[in-house]
Design a protein around this ligand. Structure first.
Ligand SMILES: [Zn+2]
Length: 94
């Protein structure tokens, strides 16, 4: 199982099916290209660079500078459920 540490270190970064290649460094990214880090560190970090639709592109908002695939990966239901778990427990206790 992939851990957060793996994600930070860029190990086994999830990529959309059929996508190959090493991604692009930040300096080579154009607007509307996925900023999900695949591997590397610092200035050598390589990003997904898949096209992001106008509707999905909203830099500054969590997950909104990622392609559809990486948006699903990073804004997962699991995370939301984990965030809401304390509130659910509160309701049950009350
Ligand atoms: Zn992506």
């Amino acid at each position: 199982m992939r851990t957060v540490l793996d994600m930070i270190a860029g190990r086994d970064a999830p990529q959309p099916h059929g996508q190959t290649g090493l991604g692009r460094i930040l300096a080579d990214l154009e607007s509307h290209q996925c900023r999900f880090p695949l591997r590397g560190e610092g200035a050598a970090t390589r990003f997904c660079a898949a096209e992001v639709s106008d509707a999905a592109w909203l830099p500054g908002s969590p997950g909104r500078c990622y392609c559809a695939f990486h948006q699903r990966v990073t804004v997962g239901r699991g995370t939301e459920a984990e965030r809401s778990a304390p509130r659910v427990l509160e309701r049950l206790a009350g």
